[in-house]
Design a protein around this ligand. Structure first.
Ligand code: ZN
Length: 259
């Protein structure tokens, strides 16, 4: 299983406080967290690399991609976004982190505005597991806390998640669907809310556990890949009547005779 962590990697270069928290970028902290859980076949890619580090070779080889973006969503090339979407439909897992809720790729895959309410007041977040049997909840307590965070509140304008794993409560009274699973084509998508750049959230053990669980959950399975495995086209496929699994019309002939 091959993982690619995509990070915008701008805040860490511009803001000294953030560089102090993440000297090698948030992608490096996430990579360390995954390694703690035995996930070591992990590459990284960033916005300012050619093709944002997402060449056809990288995309083709990636089983699960993590995506952190915030201040430069608009700089992500639409052609790359299309390629990432295609890979998700083919089966690549995608884990969208924090402010990635407003990334081009997440909005494209959701089809809604993905807007929300937010507040920067360094408040406490309590994350409740509301789907305890889910693979992403494996090894977690009933709830865990982030001492200081940026608040995201409802209404979060997403489609109804296929599975809701986490709900967050915030000190200021807001709530948020903070762990949301979706299926698109053959691919699995997990949105995970925590990850504001001014707090050391990607060094927290519970966060590492969730990300590692999510990578395992989002890994492609060898199910029937039809129709997205047909390279280059997802158009509806015409099936000739002679290819039908049973003779068509036999049952209705029967009914006519009985009647
Ligand atoms: Zn943020």
């Amino acid at each position: 299983m091959r993982v690619t962590i995509w990070n915008e990697y701008r805040h860490e270069k511009i803001h000294a406080e953030i560089a102090a928290l993440y000297p090698d970028g948030m992608h490096a902290a996430i990579k360390n967290g995954l390694a703690d859980h035995g996930i070591t076949n992990v590459g990284t890619a960033t916005l300012d690399e050619p093709e944002h580090g997402l060449t056809d070779e990288v995309l083709e080889a990636t089983d699960v991609m993590l995506w952190w973006g915030h201040m430069a969503h608009h700089e992500v090339d639409d052609g790359i976004v299309d390629k990432v979407q295609k890979r998700v439909l083919e089966g690549m897992g995608l884990i969208v982190l924090h402010s990635g809720h407003f990334s081009k790729i997440f909005r494209k895959l959701m089809g809604t505005s993905c807007s929300l309410r937010w507040r920067e007041a360094s408040e406490r977040e309590r994350i409740w597991v509301v789907r305890p049997g889910h693979p992403i909840a494996q090894g977690l307590p009933p709830y865990f806390e982030i001492p200081q965070c940026e608040m995201y509140g409802e209404l979060f304008d997403i489609p109804q998640p296929d599975e809701l794993v986490f709900v967050s409560w915030f000190e200021g009274g807001n709530v948020f669907r903070s762990g949301c699973c979706f299926h698109r084509g053959n691919g699995k998508i997990f949105y995970f809310r925590p990850g504001h750049e001014t707090f050391p959230i990607y060094t927290q053990p519970e966060i590492h556990r969730v990300l590692a669980n999510a990578v395992q959950w989002a890994t492609p399975v060898a199910g029937p890949a039809y129709p997205y495995s047909q390279k280059g086209s997802t158009r509806p496929v015409a099936i000739n009547e002679r290819e039908a699994l049973e003779p068509i019309g036999a049952a209705s002939d029967e009914r006519v005779r009985v009647g």
